[in-house]
Design a protein around this ligand. Structure first.
Ligand code: ATP
Ligand code: MG
Length: 356
């Protein structure tokens, strides 16, 4: 058992540079935690704190219940994969994979067996005698991963390991990663700003902004129940439609239209409404549309089309994902926002208003 616990972690570089303010997260054996957030939100800093490459200003890090906060990186028994891979250029693939075991004075026959096993698992056996300069990006990425796996650490830390790969290779390696780590049964902390990686790989996702966790939940929950307006806008592509609307007599006013508010303890004077493009559809005959408007742009993705509609009586637009075979009157199209898929947020704090 090697549960990783982060308790009230804070890292302050300078009086006004505090990329990690107060973060507490627990990652159990076999859990895959992704740290997701925009550039500069503190993802790498948090990972480096866990690895011991940075010293925490405040807070504790525990592995299997034991504090490791004061341990040097070498004493933490964690393996880290860097975005740059950080391979030794003068060493062969096999030597690169073996390096950390050599430092730990592992007996040579054991090193040979472990390196061979990991190289086999990652499809590197035929490349063992090549140097990193003679490898493709994807192969280098695998060597970096092999180096982490061979150590059999208590915790895996990965900082954007796929960001140097092209889109197709990313998709392939993503699947491999998922399989490899599901067999390890160790805590994994994975940093990315790519939400597809976060959604497909993780058992839970921590969305970070301004040094704080905005939401910590399984990926599906983050998608269907974003905890606040930031998470709603950050997760999902195409992005969620979001508007700040005034309220009147139990409805939010959106251009010429009135959208009924959900049941709230107090009637607000203003509110934010979000709806994902895939939850907006063309109105059926005889049905009342939520809004109507003029089509200003159509983008065809093949599988579906993304239609931008200027809402009548408003300067706002709404984007809808519509099946490719459907057609409409471009001058006045009626759209329905599925009621169960509407997201309501507090106009001041941005917090989600209807939880469930
Ligand atoms: N050693 C340092 N000294 C001072 N400031 C630092 C240091 N390391 C990071 N920072 C600052 O902390 C903030 C967070 O940086 P960090 O590298 O953690 O971001 P990130 O979320 O990993 O971003 P990216 O997605 O671009 O990699 C940034 O504003 C950065 O400039
Ligand atoms: Mg980073």
């Amino acid at each position: 058992m090697a549960t990783l616990e982060l308790q009230n972690l804070r890292k302050q570089f300078a009086p006004n540079v505090i990329p990690v303010k107060d973060i507490s997260i627990t990652v159990h054996d076999g859990e895959f935690l992704t740290l997701l957030g925009p550039s500069g939100c503190g993802k790498s800093t948090l990972l480096r704190l866990i690895a011991g490459l940075e010293q925490a200003t405040k807070g504790q890090i525990l592995v299997g219940g034991n504090p490791v906060t004061s341990f040097s990186p070498g004493d933490r028994n964690m393996a880290m994969v860097f975005q740059s891979y950080a391979l030794y250029p003068h060493m062969t693939v096999a030597e690169n994979i073996a390096a950390s075991l050599k430092i730990r004075k592992t007996p040579t026959p054991e090193i040979q067996t472990r390196v061979a096993t990991v190289a086999e698992k990652l499809g590197l056996s035929h490349l063992r005698d090549r140097k990193p300069g003679q490898l493709s990006g994807g192969q280098r990425q695998r060597v970096a991963l092999a180096r982490a796996l061979v150590r059999n650490p208590e915790v895996f830390l990965l900082d954007e390991p796929l960001s140097n790969l092209d889109a197709l290779l990313r998709e392939q390696v993503r699947e491999e990663l998922k399989q490899i780590f599901s067999e390890q049964n160790k805590p994994v902390v994975y940093v990315t700003h790519d939400q597809t990686e976060a959604m497909t790989l993780s058992s839970k996702v921590a969305v970070l902004l301004d040094g704080l966790v905005q939401q910590l939940d399984p990926p599906a929950r983050i998608y269907t129940h974003p905890a606040n307006k930031f998470v709603a806008g950050f997760v999902g592509s195409p992005q969620m439609n979001l508007w700040s609307l005034n309220c009147e007599a139990g409805a939010a006013i959106c251009g010429d239209y009135r959208i009924p508010l959900p049941a709230l303890s107090e009637p607000p004077s203003a509110i934010d409404l979000g709806i994902r493009p895939e939850d907006v559809r063309l109105v059926n005959e005889g049905e009342t549309p939520t809004v109507e408007g003029k089509v200003v742009l159509t983008e065809n993705f093949g599988r579906e089309q993304l239609v931008s509609v200027q809402i009548a009586g408003s300067s706002e637009k709404v984007r809808a994902l519509i099946p490719p075979e459907q057609s409409w009157d471009a001058e006045k199209v009626g759209l329905v926002f599925e009621v169960q898929k509407q997201h309501w947020f507090d106009a001041q704090t941005g917090a989600r208003l209807v939880a469930e």
